[in-house]
Write a protein of this length. Sequence first.
Length: 299
Amino acid sequence: MFIAAKFEEIVSPSVSNFRHCADASYTEAEILQAERYVLKTLDWNLSYPNPVHYLRRVSKADDYNVKVRTLAKYLLEIGCLEWRLLAAPPSLMAAAAIWLARMALGMEVWTPNLAHYSSYPESSIIPTANLMLNYILKPIQHESFYKKYAGKRYFKSSVYIREWVFSRWSEGTRVNLARELPRIKAEIKVAVKSGTEIFSPIFLSPLSHFPGYLYSSYFRPHPAHTNVYLPSLAIKGILDVELQSFSVVDISCSRFLRSVHYPNHHRSSRIHQANIPSPALHPCLISRLNVTTSDTCHS
């Protein structure tokens, strides 16, 4: 911990702090001697390629989707607690985390681009993702880990993924993901085709704490209508409950929320305002919201 803190932290704890944590079982001199021994054994090479490095690389192929990456970080940390994942290389852990996070967020296609940047085809990822999934299906064993990712800072990832899992399987079930995968993908395709909102409202509220440019990739076109956009995870970002209003912009989805939050940066974009009573705007009450270029909104 002493070496890791020096390598990772901006201000690392002193050796006296670690001596206190060890209940004075060792002297400061002994801790420093152990530090030298470890570093000499490692030949002073601390540049370990951890899973987060690979996660950033795979995120390139995912348009740096902040929600997928945050959920994937939660799944990655399961590797620190589930001993069956110890044998998985960091690159495979990152690929499996991204793949499962995308699946939970309704993105069932593992594109050739994602396969290239992760260096793993979908068939190679499933066994590792299966171990992550079965860990989530167990009763909560590590309360602090769960609470960490249940906060707004991490989009309540641990809460969301457990709700997604338990909507399909009961607690304690050992799932064979390879066998269940066709059914999961079919459900996602049906939901997208019918225009049904497939995301849990739990995952929405933290979005209001982030600037508009982080929302840019969270609208996707309805497959049957090129001029209709279905909200995925950004409903809370569009709807301003306190002001009882919402904004509709007739521009591409890649600029949608950036224009809402920073209209002066996109002067050519036309922003239209409409007032609707606040209860109708609550995310938990919205089953579907279509935003079209004809300036029509309905839920």
